[in-house]
Design a protein around this ligand. Structure first.
Ligand code: FAD
Length: 507
């Protein structure tokens, strides 16, 4: 039997890899997805502790109401009638708060309600709030693919790429509290004061203001249904296939080679892995050093420390909204950059995941805060997953415990019931995200988008190898919506963009 040559070999079964596989299989191409982990989905993976399911990288999703962009995209992927979703509180999907301020600031769903809610708390700031809402909508309109519009545009020249999110928000108002509140959920994009462009803030926040949903029992259902449909269309999704190199013939990739030495041949290759990790799979000398260096030197967003609490029965009320709690107004933008480990944590996000039949009380609580990979220095050389167990040692466990206790103690100041609700507690460090998900340096969202050099961090799906393409969060934007749009952008390399977008709009 001759060797099987797929039309597309896709490295990585994160959301982007699976969506590309779906789009291409739906067009009749043969596709093969290679995933290094035991579970598919990348950041969509879930895990359970004491039978409680926790997400790794999806706490809530925006744009899923009928008529909104992600709803339409998920409808095309045949997901909308399959996913088990829960709409979050319409009057507050996010609550912003500060250690020293008894008030809570609510973000409501729908621009009208969002503005009206904030105006009740900032009575003198109606004009600033209206201007903010108008700007968010205006910026989003300038990105055609975000609006499922196939037209070309010169959005790369848009000033929302070079104006900072903080700079813009600060220019709206002299009310420092309002400015801090408007940026209060900036963990969603790991916002940095002197770097994050306005467009990143706008594209992310807009989607949640439009509508916010939680996945009931976790986001892995998205990966499960995508993969199932890829199989039904004749594609293959293979787990435990760690691609360690690409084999090249006459300047093109011929095969992806796994750690077991297996070869998967293809006409085209799409990588859902980080672009810098992808280029390292190429034989040396196959691409220009300048390109390799540019991609390899791109800065990645900060990492995170996440504590997962399994709750005793009936001990912690389920909240159908998230909390973003900040030490003070400066921490909103400052926490991400803190190099002083003693100050940690300068804030956190608290979320209660949604579970089937949970009733009034939460089964679990998630506390998420920033953590720099630099804190992991003593253990950077270790590697540990369930599949490849490499014990990091007692010092690591002690470090984790210490951080966990610090985070829980701070969170218990606002949520005192946390002290008595803990059945068990489990934490993830930047190394967990690095080793389980494959995020470079455990980075939250991949490559940093920088207003000071927007084009430097702009990565196109096309690479310098003619049959190698990128997809995923580093192309365009991170997040479920950002990655979905990236998949459309990547697949537009292989079919007419208008045809693909029409297909989605008509789904
Ligand atoms: C803590 C956290 C919270 C988040 N919360 C939210 C949220 O609430 N809402 C939201 O919209 N987004 C959220 N995100 C972001 C979102 O999860 C990601 O942007 C998105 O899932 C990334 O998808 P991706 O397609 O880029 O692939 P990834 O999820 O990065 O997956 C890449 C896949 O490629 C595989 N791979 C890599 N290298 C190889 C190789 N050599 N061989 C084989 N396989 C390989 C990996 O194992 C992985 O499965 C969060 C992220 C994190 C980390």
């Amino acid at each position: 039997m001759g060797k099987q040559v797929y039309d597309f070999v896709i490295v990585g079964s994160g959301l982007g890899g699976l969506q590309c596989a779906y789009i291409l299989a739906d067009e009749g191409y043969s596709v093969c997805v290679l995933e290094k982990n035991h579970q598919i989905g990348g950041n969509l993976q879930v895990f359970s502790r004491d039978k409680v399911i926790f997400d790794t990288g999806v706490h809530y999703i925006g744009g899923l109401d009928k008529g909104q962009n992600l709803h339409q995209i998920f409808k095309y992927f045949n997901l909308m009638d399959k996913l088990h979703l829960l709409k979050m509180d319409e009057d507050r999907f996010d609550v912003i708060s500060f250690y020293d301020d008894p008030n809570e600031y609510w973000f409501a769903q729908g621009y009208e309600k969002f503005a009206a809610t904030l105006k009740r708390q900032f009575a003198d700031e109606h004009a600033a709030i209206d201007a903010y809402c108008a700007k968010m909508k205006e910026v989003c309109l300038r990105f055609p693919m975000y609006n499922l519009n196939f037209e070309e545009s010169n959005y790369l020249e848009d000033d929302s790429l070079t104006v900072g999110a903080k700079e813009y928000i600060d220019s709206l108002t002299s009310n420092e509290k309002l400015a801090a509140v408007l940026a209060g959920n900036n963990v969603l994009y790991a916002g940095e004061a002197d770097k994050t462009p306005l467009y990143v803030h706008a594209l992310v926040i807009n989607t949640y203001i439009e509508s916010s949903y939680r996945c009931v029992d976790g986001g892995s259902q998205i990966a499960k249904y995508l993969s199932k449909q890829v199989h039904e269309m004749g594609g293959v999704v293979l787990k435990r296939k760690d691609v360690v190199s690409f084999e090249m013939v006459e300047g093109n990739i011929d095969a992806a080679v796994t750690s077991e030495g297996e070869k998967y041949y293809g006409k085209n290759f799409i990588s859902n892995a980080h672009p810098s990790s992808t280029l390292k799979l190429l034989p040396s000398g196959s691409i220009r050093k300048s390109y390799f260096n540019r991609i390899s030197k791109l800065e990645n967003t900060v990492s995170t420390f996440v504590t997962h609490v399994v709750c005793k029965p009936n001990s912690f009320k389920y909240r159908n909204h998230n909390y973003y709690v900040h030490k003070d107004m400066d921490s909103v933008w400052g926490a991400v950059e803190t190099k002083d480990f003693d100050l940690w944590p300068e804030g956190y996000m608290l979320s209660t995941p949604a579970h089937k039949n949970q009733g009034e009380y939460a089964k679990g609580v998630i506390l998420l805060t920033y953590m720099s990979i630099d804190e992991m220095k003593p253990w950077l050389e270790t590697f540990n997953t369930v599949a490849k167990n490499g014990d990091r040692g007692e010092a690591y466990e002690a470090f984790k415990k210490m951080k966990e206790e610090k985070l829980l103690k701070i969170a218990a100041k606002k949520f005192p019931e946390l002290n008595d609700c803990i059945q068990s507690v489990h934490s993830s460090t930047p190394l967990t995200f690095r080793d389980y998900i494959g995020n470079l340096d455990g980075s939250l969202y991949g490559v940093v988008k920088d207003k000071n050099s927007p084009l430097r961090s702009f990565i196109t799906p096309k690479t310098k190898v003619p049959n190698l393409y990128f997809t995923g969060q580093n192309i365009n934007l991170h997040g479920i919506l950002g990655v979905s749009i990236s998949a459309l952008v990547t697949c537009s390399e292989f079919m007419d963009k208008k045809y693909l977008i029409d297909k989605i709009n008509n789904a």
